[in-house]
Design a protein around this ligand. Structure first.
Ligand code: HEM
Length: 403
């Protein structure tokens, strides 16, 4: 007799290695209704179902009245594009799309390389470092700050804001969003508003080639962003663009350490870097689940989903689906057919995907180029990120030997 299927995304052992449960979920429980949670929440594991949900904004909404609880606490900014459905989403996405041009992103590549080189060289001088502190965290923070147009002396605040904004992500689905956390989020918005509104005024007076200037100027069919919409956008970019990229670079280092044969293959042929990064995105997806709210009653694989139920689409499971990927549990830096959904799918597909890819290639490329060997120091379990959305560790102690 098989044991009952039980999937608890807050359980640390599950978070460290969810793949056995994902596989069983895909096989036996493609739709799993969680029990004992304050909200009605179902998890979905198969690639085909995840894709169908993310593509269909008519049935599956990104607008969560959950945030009403937060809203009652006072004056906080309106939902960002991530928290809206078309047509509101279309307007917001188009406005930021106009400011977040490939030109702004590609202009940063030389600076990104220089920064990665400085960080890796400092790590090499120290010989033993926490790679998160030394490289994976600072690189995306500085890149985002430069894209937005934040003066260098203000960047330290960014780390605190970013950590604060992200810590409670996804907890609400599992009953973990307490009043203290909500109050902290409110303080964060107040602080950010106090910082960004004068900065935006300054960009209006003296336009620069940066995202904040672009947001101040962007217009869509005669409508502009309000300051509060702009603030929501900046919080989103801070949340969506920092931790995710930190995680991707860290997971790449972890998988290369865990698969020395693949690491050697990549060192011997750096042209594999793009497919290697796509493989990390698939194999160890930074964002593990993507939530939606049902706009009507739906039946999925015989399970009744009611209007206003929440459905978590497990990207981390879809990306290991044996119906789509050959040998899904093999880490292959040269994998050719790799239609992973680590950046989501459909109308909310990640706006920063190309930036994240570029940063990861630059960071890992520089790390491999300038070292002969990387080695884990210590054998303790690495601490997990506080949010269940992320497949991430917050420390990665390493020894680096120079090339
Ligand atoms: C490895 C790094 C990254 C991963 C894994 C990632 C993942 C995702 C995912 C899964 C979504 C879809 C959310 C949904 O369907 O509800 C998303 C959306 C988004 N991402 Fe990323 N992201 C990354 C990096 C970035 C960066 C660097 C930025 C910007 C600087 C960014 C900005 C956004 C924005 C603005 C959205 C919302 C798009 C919309 O609602 O239309 N992301 N991201």
């Amino acid at each position: 007799m098989t044991s009952p299927f039980f999937f608890n995304p807050l359980d640390a052992a599950t978070r460290r290695d969810p793949y056995g449960l994902y596989e069983r979920g895909r096989r036996e429980h493609p739709v799993f209704l969680h029990e004992g949670l304050p909200l009605r929440v179902a998890s979905v594991f198969r690639y085909e179902d995840v894709q169908a949900i993310l593509r269909d904004a008519e049935t599956w909404s990104n607008e969560f009245p959950l945030s009403v609880q937060v809203r009652e606490l006072g004056d906080i900014p309106p939902p960002s594009m991530l928290g809206t459905d078309p047509p509101a989403h279309t307007r917001l996405r188009s406005l930021v799309g106009k400011a977040f041009t490939p030109r702004i992103v590609s202009r940063l590549e030389p600076r990104m390389r220089e920064l990665a080189r400085e960080l890796v060289d400092a790590a090499l001088d120290a010989r033993e470092v926490d790679l998160v502190e030394a490289l994976t965290y600072p690189l995306p923070v500085v890149v985002i700050a430069e894209i937005i147009g934040i003066p260098p002396q203000d960047r330290a605040m960014f780390k605190r804001w970013s950590d604060e904004a992200i810590a409670s992500l996804g907890l609400v689905f599992f009953g973990g969003l307490d009043p203290e956390r909500i109050a902290r989020q409110r303080r964060l918005f107040d602080e950010m508003r106090g910082y960004f509104i004068p900065l935006a005024e300054e960009k209006k007076r003296r336009p620069q080639e940066d995202l904040l200037t672009g947001l101040v100027q962007a217009e869509h069919e005669g409508s502009k962003l309000s300051y509060d919409e702009m603030l929501s956008m900046l919080v989103l970019i801070l949340v969506a663009g920092n931790e995710t990229t930190t995680t991707l670079i860290g997971n790449a280092a972890l998988e290369l350490l865990a698969h020395p044969g693949e690491a050697k293959r990549l060192r011997d042929d750096p042209r594999l870097l793009p497919t290697a990064i796509e493989e990390v995105l698939r194999f160890s997806s930074p964002v593990q689940f993507d939530p939606r709210r049902a706009k009507r009653d739906v039946e999925l694989h015989g399970v009744a989903i009611r209007e206003n139920d929440y459905v978590l689409s497990w990207l981390g499971s879809a990306n290991r689906d044996e119906r789509v990927f050959e040998q899904p549990d093999v880490f292959d830096v040269g994998r050719e057919k790799n239609p992973h959904m680590a950046f989501g799918f459909g109308p909310h597909f990640c706006l920063g995907a190309n930036l994240a890819r570029l940063e990861a290639r630059v960071a890992i490329g520089t790390l491999l180029e300038r070292t002969r060997r990387l080695e884990r120091t210590g054998s303790e379990l690495l601490p997990l990120h506080p949010s269940p959305v992320f497949k991430a560790v917050t420390k990665l102690p390493l020894r680096l030997d120079p090339a």
